[in-house]
Design a protein. Structure first.
Length: 216
């Protein structure tokens, strides 16, 4: 895989907008307190893919819909697959920031109905993928990072195109929108030990990511 670090001056591709340090530490803790309640109400699971392989990171959801994967494939569910309960609501401050940043990216009227919670242990990663299980790609995905830094990889529109690396830190918010909404991306590595603080919602020496989307 070809990789190359983004330098500070190198602009991100159109439709990739990174709001560095959008959330200060008190704002991050407020979100994480609310996510701790989500985790208690909707226990994170290690999901399985169609081919039987298990995903490395545990995941849960908040919002009307939750992303799920099992032997039948990927889809959005209205209820937690084990408890049968509806997913907890998206915390109001997460919703407010997602709506604000979508608007700053030129998308008015954003109303995310799904927010995936990704829990990375110190050795967590996420293989190269495109988010394409949603109905309308004109709605952006707004992605929040908490805990240890992550080496995020951003590719093109086929798996074969080279990827570039972007470092995501706790408090950063990344928006994929417009022409970049369906770019390939993933998380190559967690830089364990780089978290600015600890919080019980974040796995030890790991990272927590929220991705808000409009699924339907
Ligand atoms: C992560 N993020 O940062 C994984 N998807 O842990 C994603 O998969 C992602 O950051 C769509 C849009 C933005 C993202
Ligand atoms: Fe994604």
């Amino acid at each position: 895989m070809q990789t190359e670090m983004f330098s500070a001056e190198e602009p991100l591709p159109r439709g990739v907008t990174l709001f560095r340090q959008r959330l200060d530490e008190p704002a991050q803790c407020q979100v994480l307190d609310a996510i701790l309640d989500v985790i208690h109400a909707a226990p994170p699971l290690r999901l399985t893919m169609k081919n039987g392989a298990q995903l490395i990171n545990r995941m849960t959801n908040c919002g009307a819909l939750g992303w799920h994967s099992d032997a039948r494939g990927y889809r959005y569910l209205e209820h937690h697959p084990e408890t049968g309960a509806p997913w907890p609501a998206i915390p109001p401050d997460v919703m407010a920031v997602a709506v604000e940043l979508a608007a700053r990216c030129g998308v008015a009227g954003y109303a995310p109905d799904a927010c995936l919670v990704n829990l990375y242990a110190a050795d967590g990663r996420l293989s190269l993928h495109r988010d394409h299980d949603e109905c309308d790609f004109s709605w952006p995905i707004v992605s929040f990072s908490f805990g240890a830094e992550a080496v995020f990889v951003l590719g093109g529109f086929t798996r074969r195109e080279p990827v570039r690396e972007v470092l995501l830190r706790s408090g950063d918010v990344l928006v994929l929108h417009g022409p970049s909404r369906t770019r390939y991306h993933g998380v190559k590595k967690i830089l364990s030990g780089t978290a600015p603080f600890e919080h019980p919602a974040i796995p030890a020496r790991g990272r927590l990511n929220l991705t808000c989307r409009r699924a339907r």
